[in-house]
Design a protein around this ligand. Sequence first.
Ligand code: PMP
Length: 362
Amino acid sequence: MDEINLRIPGPVPLPEETLQLMAKQMMNHRGKEYAEMLDSMTKNLQTVLMTKSDVYFITASGTGGMETAIVNTTSPGDKVLSISIGWFGERFGEISDAYGCETIRLIFEYGEYADPDLVLNAILKNPDIKAVLITHNESSTGVKNPLEEICKIVKENSNALILVDAVSSAAGSIISTDAWGIDVVATASQKSWIAPPGIAMISFSEDAWKAYDKSKCPKYYYDINQYKEYLNIGQPPFTPCLTTMYTLEYSLNKMVKEGIENIFDRHSSIAKYVRNKAKSIGLEILPPENYESDTVTAIKLPENVDGKKIVAEVSKKYNIVLGGGQQKLAGKIVRIGHMGWINIDDIESSIVALKETLEKNS
Ligand code: PMP
């Protein structure tokens, strides 16, 4: 059987050299070799996230990174503005609820972006907001929020911290953490970082550390201070997912060598290519123009078509795994992931498979 063409928005398919690294022997995570690896990975992660702030590797999935952002910067009863444009935005708000924050929700329809004017209204109405939660790239809808503009509005009109779910954007779309004034960026290894799942990565600004000192949320495994103190001695606080760390070390090195601007350009031109291809077979893109994701393209299906059936048939006949619609969009869209390491033929064959399957079902 041919190899699977995995076109979901993460976990991403991995190149051969990364797969080989996954067979590497374990090491002592309290030894010198690990300390050296952690040091170089930390520096490279700062480069990719464009920050001089602290960055940490946590053995967790992306959701663990989001939880780390909240538990270390807020207290039960704090007002938190949760901006949601889809499923993952809702999740960020749910984590805030789970820790007893007073979550104020600003919800946009699936497929829309967060309107900066409405964000401004919400901020002005609630001057005591302690933190703003926002998804950079909403994987469930293929929408990229105007993050830079929203950060500017939040910074100019409040003292709130900005906590960003960058799980499916970082390393694919530009995030200028320091220049945009972002306090916490949370991302995860299985996305544009070209590694298996297992490691969440997080940045933590000076203001986030000030908030940490006041934060009363219960925490232990995700207590960021443990990661800080252990980083000072070149160690993780807990046994890390070494296999994912090995592969991340490799891809971080490669990214810095390639140059981050080149990586962002590459993602945005592939995204454009996918959109044009989809349009060329008569389909519409879900997000409005200028708000389309660089890492996953959400394509609307004709109304008479059952999207779940299309995804299942493409998988069975062509061995191509497309993303289906999630939640409110179940059955209505397909999503094509194009983050990380991309072979243009894989994109091409996905579009051909989608076209042929739609023709057969119309
Ligand atoms: N946020 C976004 C935008 C995501 O795409 C994902 C994963 N698809 C998550 C959060 C959750 O990440 P994980 O499944 O690694 O916990």
